[in-house]
Structures are given as structure tokens and as C-alpha cells.
Ligand binder design. Structure first.
Ligand code: C2O
Ligand code: CU
Ligand code: CU
Length: 468
């Protein structure tokens, strides 16, 4: 057995026996969904055999999956045990602005040692996630990323409901940190990490009874990477994009998820060994392999083995109900053009006299950050209740997952072609890509609007819209 085989086996050994299922500290109270959450520095083993200093939620990698229920209040008492201020943002949830977790725009930064209680009622069911919205390159990059699952008010009957958060950590082979951001890369596709993980483990293995109806929730919580996903060894269907059920489930072939984006798949666990071996795979009979593609090559992210026994009698695959997202009034919509551009030469100076690398622009303007009493003008003013069509245009050679807070887009067109409309909070623009996405501005407040490649948002590709 060579060293590589040994390493992989030992990873599998650990993962199969003890894929951690960290539960949140649930608090007894009038709330059915009441949790305690904290951000804290911890040391964990990510690369087997080596220790890494990370930032965690509740001391664990992966962060706990927060489970809430559609239409039911959730309360999260969040304590900041970091050495710096932070806030928590609930990515994809259409909740009031006071709970959106953006410093200065929606709340004061939560200082070290302070507790802030987030309390809201998620209107939509689906796969969402949570992360800080301060010092994001560092705070997200070092581990503060977690899944937030909102269960349907009437729970669909899957046998397995699995959530995987995908992240490439910026670690070397001995678990030591490498630079999270290099200007040279920030001005291009972003600085990629090298240690690929699903739920904090490199290539974990899961075992499900053959015949189980599996719902696989995938969330790209990476700072930089766009994963072009495929699933080998089974015919799966796409059932939801960015938490939102698709109008009609369709066969899954390949799908790109940029940073911040999610994908829900459904499949029936096959009997055994139907999977094709991948280039970097040394397991004999993988059943199902989740991979991401780089050019022709597939790299495994997770393995799913079937185990004998209790194959549930063939029941139909459940269908997801649509979320109550307001329907855009396209007849009376106003179109707003947004052009995303690159300009390497700008280095504006902020109020404190610090220069900032700004490589990216929205409508000719770079975002240079904000502070108390120093909030730039919005990129657009939206009238409460009105429908807008965001006409997105990427004039650069790089991908940009364009994300909006507090609202959900209905995508109408991609690259000039009409598409089957789908709901999303993040639209992935490819190289020189375009999209048309509609929304009803029904949530009053100042909502961040930015690229979710963290280095892009930190070097200019950010702004906010004001709904009033
Ligand atoms: Cu995932 Cu501004 O957020
Ligand atoms: Cu968000
Ligand atoms: Cu970008």
C-alpha cells in the first residue's frame, strides 16, 4: 500500500465511522427553534495528521447545520468569541433588514465578547447558509461558514437528507496556512485554496441503504472556487437551485456553482458498484461519486456507497412545493443596467487615509467599504413593491456570482437566450456573460448587492440597493 492509498483509507476510515453531526446548543424556551451559536478560534485536524488553527462556529468543523422551519420563528443567540468584530449574515433568506447581518448598513458590528440575538421567520424553505459579513477574506476563509436548512412546512418524504458544504482551504500538505488573498489573483479569478473538503473532510464516504431516496444539498461556501459538479454512478435530478425548488425537476448532468451558490439533487441509491472510477479514485466499487470537473478531469469531492438491507419499498420521489416568492410584474417592470468591469489602476484613499486595492467596478464605481457615518450612495434606488429587471453584463474574463440580499431573483435570460425561469439569490455570470433577472422590491431596506468571490467583493465588486 503506498502512502497515498494509506492516507485516503485512513481518511475514509475516520469519515465512515464518525462523520460528525454537530448539533447546535438548543435552548428550551417558547421558541421551537432557539439556538446558541458562537464564533471562536479553535485548532482542528483538517489535513490528517496535522493541526490547523481555524475559526469555527461552536468550536467545530464543519459548522453546525442550523435547521429551522418555514414560517416558524427562529432565534439565534450569537456570541462573538473572536478577537475582532463580526456580524452574521443569513445568505438567501428573505428576512427583515435588521436581521441581515451587514455591519453599518443593518446593524452595529458585534464586538469581541458581545452577544447579539438574531430573530426572524424564514418565509422560504430550502438550502441556505450563514457566514460573517466582516473581514470576509479572513473570517470566511479560515472557517466561518455553515449550512442553514429551512425545512418545508410539510416535510417531503426523503429517506436521506444530506447536506454537504464544499470548501477548498488555503492549506499546504501539512495543514499550514497559505495566503488567503494575493493581489495578483484578487485582480483575476481569486486565490484558490488547495485542500478540498466536503463538510471539512477530504473526500468523505457516506453509506446509504440501496434503494433510499436521497436528497443531497450541496452548498459552495468557498471564497473563490466555482465548482463544475457532476455525479457519477447514478441518474440524479436537479430539484432546487440556491434553495429554491425548480419549476420542474430535470436530469442532472453538469452544473456550475459559484461561491455562495447551492444545488439540491435527488436520486435513488443504486444497488452497488455502478460508479465509474475517476482519474483520482482508488476505491474498487464506488457506487456514486460527486466530482468537480477541471477540463476533462473529474476530482472526487465525496463518495456514496450502498449498503445492503432495508431498501425501502419503491416509493415515488417527493416533489418540492414552490416558495412564496412574489411574482414579478414583467409588463410594468423597469430595467436597470448593471455593468461589471475590471480596472486595475484605481487605488482610492478612504477617510482614514488608507489606500485600497480596487480592481472591480459596478457601473463605473468601485466599492471602497464603509464605516460608521460613512456609507456610500446606493448603486440603485428601488421603489417598494415595484418590479425591476436587472440587466447584468460582465465585461471581464472572469466568473462573477452576483448575489443580492433580502430578495430572490427570477432569472429570465442567460447570455442573451431565454431560459426556463428559475429562482435564485445568486446569478453566475460567465466570462463576458450576461443575464436578465427580475425581482419585486418588496423588502424595505439597504440590501447588499455584490460578487460572492470574496476577493472581488473586497476589491470593488460590491454595492447596495435601497428599497423604500
Ligand atoms: Cu453570502 Cu453578502 O453574502
Ligand atoms: Cu447574502
Ligand atoms: Cu467576481
Amino acid at each position: 500500500m503506498n502512502r497515498r492509498d494509506f492516507l485516503q483509507l485512513s481518511v475514509f476510515g475516520v469519515a465512515a465511522v464518525a462523520m460528525p453531526r454537530w448539533s447546535l446548543a438548543q435552548v428550551e424556551s417558547g421558541y421551537a427553534y432557539h439556538y446558541k451559536l458562537s464564533a471562536e478560534p479553535t485548532t482542528v485536524e483538517l489535513v490528517p495528521g496535522f493541526k490547523t488553527d481555524v475559526l469555527t462556529f461552536n468550536g467545530n468543523v464543519p459548522a453546525p447545520v442550523i435547521r429551522a422551519k418555514q414560517g416558524q420563528p427562529v432565534r439565534i443567540e450569537f456570541t462573538n468569541n473572536l478577537a475582532e468584530p463580526t456580524t452574521i449574515h443569513w445568505h438567501g433568506l428573505r428576512i427583515p433588514i435588521e436581521m441581515d447581518g451587514v455591519p453599518f448598513l443593518s446593524q452595529k458590528p458585534i464586538m469581541p465578547g458581545e452577544t447579539f440575538t438574531y430573530e426572524f421567520t424564514p418565509p422560504d424553505a430550502g438550502t441556505f447558509w450563514y457566514h460573517p459579513h466582516m473581514n470576509s477574506v479572513e473570517q470566511l476563509g479560515r472557517g466561518l461558514v455553515g449550512a442553514f436548512v429551512v425545512e418545508e412546512s410539510i416535510k417531503p418524504d426523503f429517506d436521506i437528507d444530506e447536506t454537504l458544504i464544499l470548501k477548498h482551504w488555503h492549506l499546504d500538505k501539512k495543514g499550514a496556512w497559505k495566503a488567503l488573498s494575493r493581489p495578483r489573483y484578487a485582480a483575476r479569478m481569486g486565490t484558490p485554496g488547495e485542500w478540498g473538503t466536503a463538510n471539512g473532510t477530504n473526500n468523505p464516504r457516506f453509506e446509504y441503504p440501496a434503494g433510499s431516496r436521497v436528497r443531497l444539498r450541496l452548498a459552495n461556501v468557498d471564497n473563490t472556487m466555482t465548482y463544475n459538479l457532476r455525479l457519477q454512478g447514478v441518474k440524479a435530478k436537479v430539484i432546487a437551485i440556491d434553495g429554491n425548488p425548480v419549476i420542474e425537476a430535470y436530469p442532472f448532468d453538469q452544473h456550475r456553482i459559484g461561491p455562495g451558490m447551492r444545488l439540491d439533487l435527488a436520486f435513488v441509491m443504486p444497488e452497488q458498484g455502478t460508479g465509474t472510477k475517476t482519474s483520482t479514485d482508488n476505491i474498487n466499487t464506488p457506487s456514486v461519486v460527486l466530482e468537480y470537473l477541471r477540463g476533462q478531469f473529474g476530482f472526487p469531492l465525496a463518495h456514496f456507497q450502498s449498503k445492503k438491507g432495508a431498501a425501502s419499498p419503491a416509493k415515488p420521489m417527493p416533489k418540492l412545493a414552490m416558495n412564496p416568492i412574489p411574482v414579478p410584474d414583467l409588463q410594468n417592470a423597469e430595467t436597470l443596467p448593471f455593468v461589471f468591469e475590471w480596472e486595475g489602476a484605481i487605488s482610492p484613499v478612504d477617510a482614514a487615509g488608507k489606500t485600497h486595492d480596487t480592481f472591480w467596478l459596478i457601473n463605473r464605481r468601485p466599492w471602497i467599504g464603509m464605516g460608521p457615518g460613512n456609507i456610500p450612495e446606493p448603486v440603485a434606488d428601488l421603489k417598494l413593491g415595484k418590479t425591476y429587471i436587472f440587466d447584468l453584463k460582465n465585461n471581464t474574463q472572469y466568473h462573477h456570482p452576483i448575489h443580492i440580499h433580502g430578495h430572490t431573483f427570477l432569472v429570465l435570460e442567460m447570455d442573451g437566450e431565454p431560459v426556463t425561469p428559475f429562482y435564485t439569490d445568486t446569478v453566475l455570470l460567465g466570462k463576458n456573460g450576461r443575464a436578465k433577472a427580475a425581482l419585486v422590491a418588496d423588502n424595505p431596506g439597504r440590501w447588499m448587492y455584490h460578487c460572492h468571490v470574496i476577493e472581488h467583493m473586497k476589491t470593488g465588486l460590491m454595492g447596495y440597493v435601497r428599497v423604500s
